[in-house]
Design a protein around this ligand. Sequence first.
Ligand code: F6R
Length: 248
Amino acid sequence: INTVVFQNSTEASKAVAQEIAAVIKSKQEKNESCILGLATGSSPKGLYAELVRLHKEEGLSFKNVITFNLDEYYPMQPDSINSYVRFMKELLLDQVDILPQNYHIPDGTLSKEEIANYCADYEAKIEALGGIDLQILGIGGNGHIGFNESGSLQNSKTRLVALDHITRVAASGDFSGLSNTPRTAITLGVKKIMEAKQVILMAWGEGKSNIIQKSVEGEVTNLIPASFLQEHNNAVFILDKEASSKLT
Ligand code: F6R
């Protein structure tokens, strides 16, 4: 995996925003849609702020952009304070000129019986558009990508998953306690992530340094799903100094 290290996450986020803008514009020139895979969590916040700035101050248009988010808690109401729908609308989608029919975030309101068909349809939509052009990822402390937790297979599909204890603990602050934190989520599978034409994983801070070292320099193992990216032909880890500090 290529790694690029920046002084800090602000500089790194600006560079990722430039990369995304370049892909959007090159697609615009060809009159094509740009299919972006998006993540939530703390890592992409600076990226979304910079994309909003590029839209408002530099005229970057999202009219040709179609997005698919990685995941959503289950169950989850879209207007809930902790929903990824709300996160995405507030930080990016409502602030740019993307068409409402062009963004997709897994639906946390389905009945259990509906989930399998919904997930197959989510993947079919991505396939019908020719796949994801650029996938943005964060990384969990356990090496998860999306909510593909430790043990997820490289060919795993979009599905309902049980969240690891460590993932729930990380989220528990947002839910005012572990007992209120969802136990399950819908996540894009590893297979669709690996099929993306380009992958950019972002990680900031000392707390991510151990898992970054294992993902980049350790063996490829389903115990650390981010390590699968070693086998992707166009994946880069964008890091700040602290997150890169354990790399040899
Ligand atoms: C979020 C997602 C997760 C996060 C990961 C890191 O959509 O898919 O894999 O990217 O848990 O979260 P942060 O960025 O909050 O450290």
